[in-house]
Design a protein. Structure first.
Length: 265
């Protein structure tokens, strides 16, 4: 249990720079840098769906030279034959991010396989998606032949951070997104005004804010001048009140609220 907690803490800490880069020009590079630390992701592409017949490529960053062409081809035609399509649209009613089924080449048509895997040298893929109002943000993580397929540990790490990454991508690409000059100030405002965070005590909020900043329980205790046992107790009480059990879920709640709370812009 302790090892799993340390594993999740490490993965979440790895993506913190990308979360703090939301709305900034450097977000794509911060994102791929974070994903490489998490699971040695080679390339990331983000698509949006405004409906079953409409797709757009929002981000293409990493080590696939033909990424731009793939983005265009997918947006114009191949999104209609993506085997993840049904799972993405079936998840529209969900309030939580969606982690898509594990990659298998047999899932794809011959023409899809040739363009997106054989000709592009892609050997593995992990994907997640999140709906914000009527728009879906579909996030894809790739590895090429030189890197080999994702290991089991890497898939676990991607699974741990996928909800937070998906919500961060959604927030960054919303039309009204503006650069955050004070991301921690935005989080403090969120905790002060938005449910369900308003039910937390002051100390529980302080602990949760530091969790979102990527600090370990030991570091939180030292920064707040309290014992480790107290820090863990405040964390447990906050998680119980929020109905969650992990840092991953805390990130997902915070980022979904940021993505929806336009009044905080």
């Amino acid at each position: 249990m302790k090892a799993d907690s340390a594993f999740t803490t490490s993965a979440i800490s790895d993506i913190t720079p990308a979360l703090l880069a939301i709305g900034r020009d450097g977000f794509p590079q911060a994102l791929i840098g974070a994903l490489r630390r998490v699971a040695d992701v080679g390339h990331c592409m983000v698509f949006s769906f405004a409906g079953p017949r409409s797709a757009a490529c929002l981000l293409d960053v990493g080590n696939i030279p033909t990424g731009r062409d793939l983005g265009i081809a997918y947006s114009e035609h191949f999104h209609r034959t993506d085997p993840n399509r049904d799972a993405v649209f079936e998840g529209q009613a969900r309030t939580a991010p969606i982690v898509l089924p594990a990659f298998a080449r047999r899932m794809y048509s011959d023409s899809y396989r040739k363009m997106f895997f054989d000709d592009s040298d892609i050997v593995d893929k992990f994907a997640s998606a999140i709906w914000v109002d009527d728009t879906c943000f579909y996030v894809n993580f790739y590895r090429i032949t030189e890197q080999g397929r994702f290991t089991r540990d890497q898939i676990q790490r991607l699974t741990a951070v996928a909800p937070a990454v998906s919500a961060a991508v959604a927030r960054h690409f919303q039309r009204d997104a503006v650069p955050d000059s004070d991301p921690m100030g935005r989080l403090k405002a969120l905790f002060a005004t938005a449910e369900p965070f308003t039910i937390l005590t002051g100390r529980e909020k302080e602990v949760c804010l530091r969790i979102l900043s990527g600090l370990s329980s030991e570091a939180i205790a030292a920064e707040l001048g309290i014992g480790l046992h107290s820090a863990l107790t405040y964390r447990k009480r906050a998680y119980d009140k929020l109905g969650i059990s992990s840092q991953n879920e805390l990130f997902a709640i915070a980022l979904r609220l940021i993505a929806s709370a336009r009044s905080l812009n």
